[in-house]
Design a protein around this ligand. Sequence first.
Ligand SMILES: [Zn+2]
Length: 417
Amino acid sequence: MDFTTSLSFTVTDRFLRYVKIDTQSDPASPTIPSTQKQKDLGRVLVSELLEIGIADAHLDEYGYVYATIPANSDRKDVPVICFCSHMDTAPDCSGKDVKPLVHKNYTGADIVLPDDNTQVIRMQDHPDLKNQIGNDIVTASGNTLLGADNKAGVAEIMDACYQLMNHPEIKHGTIKILFTPDEEIGRGVDKADIAKIGAFACYTMDGESAGNMENETFSADGAKLTIHGVSAHPGFAKGKMESAIKIAGQIIAALPDNLSPEHTSDMQGFIHPVDIGGHVETATIDFIIRDFEDDKLAGHAGVIRKVADGVLKQYPNSTYTLETHEQYRNMKHVLAQHPQIVDYGMEAMRRAGLEAKLCSIRGGTDGSRLSFMGLPTPNIFAGEHAFHSKQEWVSVQDMQKAVETILYLCMVWEEKI
Ligand SMILES: [Zn+2]
């Protein structure tokens, strides 16, 4: 059944409204959510969900929106699935007074943003624009980010809810909706109530190009290297002082280039010093360590040790300790136990007429943590591009394809039982 010809999409109208609501999160804030203004969007979403007829939609004290679309299928035991997007925008770029602009029928010409003429969206800098000729491109006006990351996903899920409630011919099991705050500051699932969601699988709608699905993220560790040098009065230090500051500097200089973020790509991991501090007596270096394979993470920590051992040969009275701690793990290992979750996502994208492609992310998602909290969660495209920047863009047509993908995904889960 091709129901998509009868759909009248609401995704663009919704998107243009949601991006005007400032929902920037703040890493320096200890509160949950980190900024109260994120609840402004949460309240709008809840009232729209109630209007659509989704009776249990609500915003909780932490700024999470939950809702349930009851099953309309006669089939029993259709697994419950959830769709998730984040409501906040990145602290890197202003999200206040966003003025979204729709550039109809894109020809490939430069898009000059009117409020700042130096902001020009060129195809050469944004190669995915090659696939958008004839489409309608939404951008901000030059002073702010757009917020397609992740309000494109929010609007797509909201439109899918609207379509599901208005098209009873689309058969589905119970569908759960989750909108989270604070994803951009790494706290997106801290207060997510997995038991309340009660789903077998979840999909974040927060990826880039149409047709892409991500089933793999980095595995991530943090590491702290503490160097204990020998201090002495600088006037009388000859032959005694072993400066922890200088040892730290030499260790950083001796890290292998081929394991640094600026020299790696695709499936390669890296060791990355992110903070350094200290005095003559002690110094610390904080690292982040990344790889797609968990055992390689341990190897990267071993490289830091080897480098430190080498440098300390010149400092016989100095020592060091290295502590590592887990940050998140590659969700591939969880998703591999339930291959249908990714398979059905790929099938839904193909039914929407897209070339489905499986990708990996050199980073983490809400899904990488949700997966290890017991809710396997790959990431599907939302169409957002150049996120966290003033040149962020999304196309109307890609957002509509994402809505179709969600609807087909609901149908696939119902059919396959
Ligand atoms: Zn995002």
